[in-house]
Design a protein around this ligand. Structure first.
Ligand code: B12
Ligand code: SF4
Ligand code: SF4
Length: 372
């Protein structure tokens, strides 16, 4: 009977557009829970206070919901239709990571999870809860335990069928469902993801220091981007795909089939010059329904200015000059840095005369750093 229910669940999940599904025991990730607590103790989460909040709850699903008997893990393939690394050579354009070039996956996947959970609750007469990304759930270890793939040395889940490109979601239920076998590590002696990382964010295989990761620096970090990472960021203006894109298991990857998640033409390789001109309204309109909207216009323009500073394209200096007068100190500070990279020494010195009128300490410090 329970086998029939599981089979029907798998079919229903596929009908709803999930590419893979597996079931695991809520107690299957005890070791990962310990690693998670160690990660927090090293401060690797940076300013992501939400990740450190309620660590016991995140480290074991039963602490989140005492009645959970089975965890259903689901994956949606978002495989790109072009090499995500090729845009990195086009320095006058911005690289937005693959996951953020379409609609926000949280919205797309949550709708499907809710539909599947409603079906399960009605069919098995059980309680259900759905999660995608934002709740205190360790989705990658649970997905490995449910057989969807394994956590590679870059810490993300790698799938033998879809390579690096799976979004994850979870349904917790108090129904007892047959378990799948966990997947095992297939990284072997490979270390391509560790070696390609532009900011050396892996202190060791399977361990990430989020504070050094470009995804954290461009998305989660609210302040100025620390100087030591600015050059390495290149033209990555929202997230980073390097460690995912280089994985040899991508030879089995397929292009994602969900139109809402596929790349919008305007976000594949946008010109830095036009992005630098976005005001708040234009930013919201360009990134409507996109995850990029979450960081807001000022942080986004900060990222664009770092890319402008790295562009080696002197014609972009005028964009940075204009933004010296921006209302946001985070934007002004990044504009100063961009000019320190692009404007000639004399021009920078002439502009620095305006620095006396600067009231923000952080921006003031950027002028001083730029002159040295
Ligand atoms: C916080 C977070 C981030 C942070 C921190 C990333 C991280 N690796 O922790 C930042 C902002 C940097 C980030 C970046 C990205 N993220 Co993110 N992120 C999350 C989130 C919300 C929590 C992850 C978490 O719990 N981290 C804490 C650490 C400790 O846990 P962990 O990564 O599982 O670490 C394990 C290993 O370190 C291992 N370990 C430690 N020591 C040792 C030693 C040995 C010997 C071994 C074997 C293992 C081991 O144990 C730990 C616990 O399992 C999840 C969603 C969720 N709720 O799970 C999405 C999630 C992981 N992110 C996702 C994505 C897509 C990304 C990016 C690719 C986005 C982008 N293109 O920019 C990058 C990838 C960067 C990278 N290399 O990880 C997807 C990954 C999908 C997948 N296939 O794995 C998730 C699952 C969201 C989703 N629902 O789809 N993310
Ligand atoms: S996403 Fe980029 S910066 Fe972050 S760990 Fe991977 S390669 Fe390094
Ligand atoms: S690039 Fe190599 S080491 Fe990294 S996850 Fe893929 S197989 Fe594992």
């Amino acid at each position: 009977m329970r086998d029939d229910l599981k089979q029907a669940l798998i079919e229903q999940a596929r009908t709803l557009g999930f590419d893979c599904v597996g079931v695991t025991d809520p107690g299957a990730t005890a070791k990962a829970g310990q690693y998670f607590l160690e990660f927090l103790s090293t401060g690797g989460h940076g300013d992501m206070d939400w990740l450190a909040a309620n660590p016991q709850r995140r480290s074991d699903p039963r602490n989140l919901w005492a009645s959970v008997r089975s965890v259903i893990m689901l994956g949606v393939n978002y495989g790109p239709d072009e090499d995500p690394l090729s845009i990195l050579q086009q320095r006058s354009r911005g690289a937005i990571s693959v996951y953020a070039q379409g609609d926000d996956y949280h919205d797309v996947i949550k709708k499907r999870l809710k539909a599947l959970a409603r079906w399960l609750a009605a069919t098995a007469v059980c309680e259900v809860k759905v999660f995608v990304d934002t709740a205190a759930v360790m989705e990658k270890p649970l997905a490995q335990a449910a057989g969807l793939g394994w956590q590679g040395k870059h810490t993300n889940l790698v799938s033998r069928e879809f390579g690096s490109w799976l979004f994850l979601g979870a349904i917790f239920t108090d129904a007892d469902l047959p378990r799948d076998e966990p997947d095992t590590d297939h990284c072997g002696s490979c270390r391509s993801c560790l070696d390609i990382c532009p900011t050396a964010a892996f202190p060791a295989p399977y361990k990430l220091d989020a504070r050094r990761c470009i995804s954290y620096l461009t998305i989660e970090n609210k302040g100025p981007i620390p100087h030591e990472f600015r050059k390495a960021i290149g033209n990555r203006i929202y997230g980073c795909d390097d460690c995912l894109a280089v994985c040899p298991w991508n030879k089995f990857a397929r292009v994602g089939h969900e139109a809402k998640l596929s790349a919008r033409a305007a976000l594949r390789a946008p010109e830095l010059s036009s992005l630098a001109r976005l005001d708040d309204a234009a930013f919201r309109s360009l990134f409507s329904k996109s995850p990029v909207k979450r960081i807001g216009r000022d942080r986004f323009i900060r990222n664009v200015l770092i890319a402008i500073g790295n562009s080696n394209d002197a014609s972009l200096a005028s964009e940075a000059e204009r933004l010296l007068a921006d209302a946001s100190p985070i934007v002004r500070g990044a504009a100063v840095w961009a000019l320190s990279q692009l404007a000639g020494r004399d021009r920078f010195a002439a502009l620095a005369c305006n620095a006396a009128a600067e009231t923000d300490e952080g921006v003031h410090a950027e002028w001083i750093a730029g002159r040295s």
